[in-house]
Design a protein around this ligand. Structure first.
Ligand SMILES: Cc1cc2nc3c(=O)[nH]c(=O)nc-3n(C[C@H](O)[C@H](O)[C@H](O)COP(=O)(O)O)c2cc1C
Length: 171
């Protein structure tokens, strides 16, 4: 069974990006196992922790390692990637030599209630994921503007098209 992991880059209880992630994942074909990589309980990364056993670190590293592909759906915080998302990205690159992002298929979506769809966060994320050696889905690029907790039919259709490309690529 193909495993897909997803990460929501927001810690909010009522997250627009979680809503967008759910809408995309609704379109998963049969035979796909979907698992969230939770990021809300991860201690802030420092190299000092490499010598310690941190169960939450082991969990996320293992989930990313086992996934055929990872979908990241994230807001933009102050024109870039939210700190909690950057934290899990860093955790999964270490200890040195055990980077689980290497050649990992990663798709990136950003959403914002603003006019620019979190594009700065999306573009920064692409740069970071290339730097850590991931295999980033280049097209379609999704920066969802004017996003809210309600998803209209047109947006749902657009996200379904993205989902079809993503799941075919992931398998
Ligand atoms: C610390 C902070 C910084 C933000 N900076 C931006 C920003 O640079 N660009 C933007 O489009 N929205 C920004 N926002 C607004 C978010 O897009 C908005 O809060 C959105 O709901 C976050 O997504 P979420 O609901 O999935 O958490 C910011 C929000 C916070 C809390």
């Amino acid at each position: 069974m193909t495993k897909i992991a997803f990460i929501v880059g927001s810690l909010s209880q009522q997250s627009i990006n979680r809503n967008v992630a759910n809408e995309i994942l609704k379109n998963a074909p049969q035979g796909i196992e979907i698992e969230e990589v939770q990021i809300n309980d991860l201690p802030l990364y420092t190299q000092d922790l490499d010598s310690q056993s941190i169960p939450a670190y082991d969990r996320v590293r293992q989930q990313i390692k086992e996934a055929a592909a990872v979908l990241i759906v994230s807001p933009e915080h102050n024109r870039s990637v939210p700190a909690a998302l950057k934290n899990v990205i860093d955790i999964a690159t270490r200890p040195f030599g055990q980077n689980v992002w290497t050649n990992k298929k990663v798709a990136i979506v950003t959403a914002s209630p603003g006019a620019y769809g979190g594009i700065n966060s999306g573009v920064d994320l692409r740069k970071i994921m290339h730097a850590v050696g991931a295999n980033v889905l280049n097209q379609p690029e999704v920066y969802l503007s004017r996003a809210g907790l309600e998803i209209d039919e047109r947006t749902a259709g657009f996200l379904a098209k993205f989902a079809n490309v993503f799941f075919q690529w992931a398998e």
